[in-house]
Design a protein around this ligand. Structure first.
Ligand code: NAD
Length: 486
């Protein structure tokens, strides 16, 4: 396959928090890969801005190390690394004070010089508002300026609304790029291509033919170094309200009239608004305990009485014509037995088996894997080969990107680099709009308030297990099973 890389317009991109973990692990390695692919024009500049007192040379050296660690496949070429580093600059800026803003302004080129201007807020959420205000007060926010806002976007509806209002004082909605890196995954976009680019699936994509849908994001890591942040958040806020909800929207939405930002986001918003409230007995919260080798959640969070969930499973319904009475089972957790993210569309059985009971009854499953190996598998039923009568067997029709498209496909999979290029292109389709985020919190808040009011404790589960037993009961009592994660 020949890849077609279309260069973006030249840009000045400022990364607030340029010395932080996310910038070093994802943002700068992603930009480097796009640079190596020839997508970044040579006039472009990437400016790190953070609190530490560094000069350009010091910043470049620290990013050289980061590239070797996090973009190893490309960093073997010293000329390419040096060429990229030559586009990097650094200014020490205090988001909440006056330090550094003038130097930053002097370094940047004006909008009318034809450069795209973007600011990536890769800092803690308490700085999102002050940064937006700082950009406005220091004359850096022009009509064409874009800002990229990291997660978490609010802690609940009230704080999300306040943040939306704060950003809206300085920027228009079409300038604000709220990032959810799940939307940048190749497979997630392929989900839309498969749904809306083929005749095959969409006629079956409804309550009449789909038995249920499972969305799983399972992690093997614990809360580790983010313990204190996480303990104030939990799986519902950290994962369900944003990532799982976004995946659910893309699975469940109606076909937009066209693939543009507002058309897609309008349809996603309708899904969130049609989501039923969830009964307390349809939610299972869990917290990992030590298995003797790995530490417990409470140890990791340094809170011996924590009631925060590191796992959640729930069943929800979407009240509209397409999905009436079709369960959506969502689960996510930390310190589980596998690192695997998957959306599974489980179709109904055929209405009648002509092969008799002994041949078995089967369900087609479309599995959309987000990690570890991005790809899709459609399970189809065939005859077991050989003599001995008609016995049926499920085999996968595998659409693994790496196999189908060759090694290039693997190289373009990082979500951050795609999303940053979308910012430069001015394409908001894969970013969350303010009303979507608020609607998601409006669905989430009553669930959280409910368990806080009741004082519910999460169910313990062993680190390295599949999660709490009650999560299995949640789905088993409906005569269904969670998919086995590998
Ligand atoms: P970090 O603590 O590693 O880095 C924070 C950065 O902010 C540093 O560069 C620091 O110098 C800068 N900073 C702090 N106070 C400042 C101030 N007053 N003025 C200017 N700069 C200041 O954090 P991180 O892990 O890189 O996360 C950044 C953001 O990205 C957070 O909102 C986080 O929730 C989000 N995020 C991080 C990850 C991740 O994997 N690290 C994943 C998803 C989202």
């Amino acid at each position: 396959m020949v890849s077609r890389v279309i260069p973006v317009a030249p840009f000045d991109l400022v990364i607030f928090g340029g010395t932080g973990d996310l910038a070093r692990r994802k943002i700068l390695p992603g930009l480097f890969r796009r640079f190596c692919a020839g997508q970044i024009p040579p006039e472009s500049r990437i400016i790190g801005a953070a609190r530490s007192e560094l000069d350009d040379a010091g910043f470049r050296e620290s990013i050289r190390e980061a590239l070797h660690e996090f973009a190893a496949s490309k960093a073997g070429d010293p000329d390419a690394v040096q060429d990229f580093l030559d586009h990097l600059y650094y200014v020490a800026v205090d988001a909440t004070g006056s330090n550094g803003w003038t130097q930053l302004k002097e370094l940047m080129r004006d909008d009318d010089e034809g450069y795209v201007r973007a600011f990536y807020f890769s800092v803690g959420p308490s700085l999102f508002g002050p940064l937006a205000e700082g950009l406005r007060n220091h004359g850096l926010a022009h009509r064409e300026t874009r800002i990229v806002v990291e997660k978490p976007f609010g802690h609940d509806l009230e704080t999300a609304r306040a943040l939306n209002e704060e950003l809206a004082q300085h920027f228009h909605e079409d300038q604000i790029y709220r990032i959810d890196h799940y939307l940048g995954k190749e497979t997630v976009q392929n989900l839309m291509a498969v749904r809306f680019g083929n005749m095959l699936f969409e006629p079956l994509w409804n309550a009449q033919y789909v038995d249920h849908i499972q969305i799983t994001v399972a992690e093997t890591v614990g809360v580790g170094g983010r313990g204190s942040y996480y303990d104030n958040s939990g799986a519902m806020r950290d994962m369900v309200q944003n990532h799982l909800m976004q995946l659910l929207c893309l699975i469940a939405m109606e076909p937009p009239a066209k693939f543009d930002a507002d058309a897609v986001r309008d349809e996603k918003l309708k899904v969130i608004r049609a989501l039923d409230p969830v009964d307390p007995d349809q939610i299972v919260r869990g917290q990992y305990t030590s298995d003797g080798k790995m530490s417990s959640y409470r140890e990791d969070a340094e809170n011996p009485v924590s009631k925060t969930e590191s796992y959640i499973a729930l069943k929800s319904y979407i009240s509209n014509w397409r999905w009436a009475n079709t369960p959506f089972y969502l689960r996510t957790g930390k310190r589980l037995n596998a690192r695997a993210s998957e959306i599974a569309v489980v179709f109904k059985e055929t209405p009648h088996s002509i092969f008799g009971i002994d041949s078995g009854r089967h369900r087609n499953v479309l599995s959309i894997r987000l990690q570890p190996d991005e790809g899709m598998t459609l399970g189809v039923t065939i005859k077991e080969p050989g003599p001995g009568g008609m016995r049926l067997l499920d085999v996968p029709l595998d659409m693994s990107f790496a196999d189908a498209l060759g090694p290039e496909a693997e190289e373009v999979t990082d979500a951050y680099e795609r999303l940053i290029m979308d910012v430069i292109r001015g394409n908001q389709t894969l970013f969350m709009r303010g009303d979507e985020v608020e609607a998601a919190w409006a669905w989430t808040d009553p669930l959280i308030e409910g368990w806080e009011r009741r004082g519910d404790s999460p169910k313990p589960y062993d680190a390295g297990s599949v999660g709490p037993d009650d999560a299995a009961f949640l789905i088993n009592r409906d005569g269904r099973r969670w998919r086995v994660l590998k």
